[in-house]
Design a protein around this ligand. Sequence first.
Ligand code: PPE
Length: 314
Amino acid sequence: MHHRIWYNGRLIPFEEASVHVLSHVIHYGTSVFEGIRCYDTERGSGIFRLREHMRRLYDSAKIYRMEVPYSLEELENAIIETIQESGLQSCYIRPVIFRGTGSLGVNPLKNKVETFVAVWEWGAYLGPEALESGVDVEVASWHRMAPNTFPAMAKAGGNYLNAGLVKMDAVLNGFTEGIMLSVDGHVAEGSGENLFLVRDGVIYTAPTSLSILPGITRDAIITIARSRGYDVVERAIPREALIIADELFFTGTAAEVTPIRSVDHYKIGSGSRGPITKEIQSAFFDVVKAGNDPHGWLTAIPARVEEEVAGDGV
Ligand code: PPE
């Protein structure tokens, strides 16, 4: 189903939501964006950590000197309106801020800042079996950017040229995903996911100083794991620690909590979802599926006002 797109302040039909070929973003990848999920929980539709995603979006825009013509609250309302209009109970939400037309050449300062929000249904990111059985991955030959090349804290369109190389190699080599190392060879993250490692009951993940995206699911999983009594350590992880890990799992908005069952054909742990991964995954799904929300992470989608609903049928 093609849902309406919120484009520069208005909800417009899907077919009309196009950009000019001379938009700066087409030539130079000058966009910042978010990926957010709205869940159909047992207590109604709720957006997972909307405020945190919007903060990261506005941080990304600030880093790239983009002046967003809408306040954060206005864009949150635009997202809620787009979901309401779509009629979807659960969806993936993609707000994008990009440099449009204005001038040609690298300097984007004179190019218009444009904004849109799209929503669509998106199932399990790494395949329907992945959440239970785990995925097979490789260590990628392309690394994450060095800290003095691209700002890793910005979720920018151009960053995903690197991610795309990693993903294409992985898929063509018969794997589901690739794990990138940092510029100095430590474990960083997947092409679209953060990574966690379990060894002897302790949970490890890379620090943000290694040019990973500071994932919002990563932060939620750290909170969940600590609240269940686990030690979660953010520190540089050597590549070979992947091989001897008891458990590995990915986290991300799209990937949720996905176990990894092998790396470069090395079996990880028992070769299936490990017990701590399972526990953390269940605790995560208890929030987003059951709607048990001790941390206040869900933003409810209010029902549409009555005249609008009535108006639809007339
Ligand atoms: N690292 C990268 C590189 C990344 O792209 C994501 C999200 C994460 C970590 C996890 O961040 P968070 O979603 O805040 O927990 N990747 C998004 C885009 C996936 C895509 O194919 O596009 C996502 O999961 O929505």
